[in-house]
Design a protein around this ligand. Structure first.
Ligand code: SF4
Length: 429
């Protein structure tokens, strides 16, 4: 293993006020500042109108070229490394199994979600294609080049899935269709299934239907916030953003109807101020509707309106991660679980020996997302270090080793008799 030292202040060690969870009252986002007129809507990039020259790596020292979907897309650093477009290594993983593509425009996303590095208020300091998102850079490249590379050897591709992430932009619905068509014209969607990470705010039922008809396999909604109040505070009126809880659920229900069981779901971020009981209610509701939830651990993204707040404490995160796995894949119901007066899980609703077996399998603590080709409960989308630094991993992008399991058990306060975890022992210093 390579030498990566644990960082000094460990994100995820403690929550607000030293608690073992992030409480609603203390997870207040900052108010967005005013964006100067000359920086709005990607004006500097549109006016300079520089032609891109091959792959564009985010760089704050040069003016960003004019790149626009559907001709251009951004991709996660992990996907760019896997495609051979960017040099680099990821701790513990040789590649990612999901090709995450993100629509791109100089005007950027027109929403202002408080936890997101792509949010509109960042126009004041950074051009869209230069913004960090889930802790990493997103290089931009021509969509034709992406398709060329993958189409050369579809059978031998490391990717188990491709995902198009929409953003809030007036052209996003139409351009998602074009990107999808460019892909399916040369790559069989049965060979590499396609997911859509949707932006419901601009969508109609017909948009959902078209994406299904064109060969996409799974449709997810980035619900992110687990309660209507939290949604409004972090993605709606609270931060001058256009999203509503009702519209997100409306489009999720359309997806349920059109895509069918196990082929729709929602992303949820844990630790933004909801209780564990709140988030488990959403998980159960989605399972009862026939779908799946994919979980992220809240991490204070640099430059976002929540970058002053603590990452989700690992105790809270592990409890929810484990409970969500039991509901999604082991037929446990939230009604079987017990919660304390602050909504924390105190009983997982399963005999201790069975629970211990599931913990030791480790799958519950891996990154959750749309399935790949290994197993239904192993995500193709491993998003290496998207919700934590490698020094205190929230979602494991690789199968857990014994030392990782001991760390997880210690975070859950469920050590095996006679065993314990020593901080830092998983690193080869
Ligand atoms: S809609 Fe999505 S991309 Fe846009 S600010 Fe919100 S979370 Fe970020």
């Amino acid at each position: 293993m390579s030498c990566v030292k644990p960082e000094g202040a460990i994100p995820g060690a403690k929550g607000t006020g030293g608690l073992d969870f992030n409480a609603y009252d203390q997870m207040e986002p900052r108010a967005p500042g005013k964006v100067p007129m000359e920086m709005r809507n990607g004006k500097p990039v549109r006016e300079a109108n520089l032609t891109p020259d091959g792959l564009y790596k985010p760089n704050y020292n040069i003016l960003t070229p004019h790149m626009r979907s559907p001709e251009y897309v951004q991709m996660s650093t992990a996907a760019a490394i896997t495609l051979g477009l960017v040099e680099g290594k990821m701790l513990g993983c040789s590649c990612t199994r999901c090709l995450n593509l993100l629509l791109t425009y100089p005007e950027g996303c027109r929403a202002n979600c408080a936890y997101c590095g792509l949010a509109r208020h960042r126009e004041a300091e950074r051009n869209y294609a230069d913004r960090n998102f889930i802790r990493v850079d997103w290089p931009a490249v021509s969509m034709d080049e992406v398709v060329d590379i993958v189409a050369k050897d579809v059978a031998g591709s490391p990717f188990h899935r491709m995902c198009i992430s929409m953003i809030t932009h007036p052209n996003s619905d139409e351009d998602t269709v074009t990107v999808l068509k460019k892909w399916t014209a040369r790559i069989d969607p049965d060979a590499i299934p396609i997911s859509i990470l949707s932006n419901p705010t601009t969508m109609t039922r017909n948009d959902v239907q078209v994406l299904r008809d064109l060969g996409s396999d799974i449709f997810t909604v980035a619900l992110d916030a687990a309660t209507p109040e939290l949604f409004d505070r972090t993605r709606g009126k609270g931060v001058q953003s256009p999203h509503t809880w009702a519209k997100y659920w409306e489009i999720m229900m359309e997806a349920r109807d059109i895509f069918g069981p196990k082929k729709f779901g929602a992303h949820v971020i844990v630790g933004m101020g909801e209780t564990e009981y709140d988030v488990m209610q959403v998980v159960q509701k989605i399972v009862d509707l026939g779908g799946h939830s994919h979980m992220f651990c809240f991490f204070p993204e640099k430059g976002s309106l929540m970058d002053h707040l603590p990452a989700t404490p690992r105790d809270q995160w592990r409890r929810v991660q484990l409970a969500r796995y039991l509901v999604d894949y082991r037929d446990v119901r939230v009604e079987h679980m017990k919660f304390d007066e602050q909504g924390r899980i105190i009983d997982f609703g399963m005999p201790a020996s069975e629970l211990s077996f599931i913990i030791d399998a480790g799958i519950a603590f891996r990154t959750s997302g749309c399935p790949g080709k290994f197993a239904d409960d192993i995500s193709a989308c491993d998003r290496p270090y998207g919700d934590s630094p490698p020094s205190n991993i929230a979602s494991y992008p690789f199968p857990l080793k014994d030392v990782d399991l001991r760390k997880v058990r210690s975070q859950l306060d469920m050590n095996r008799p006679g065993e314990n975890y020593t901080p830092g022992e998983e690193f080869d210093l």
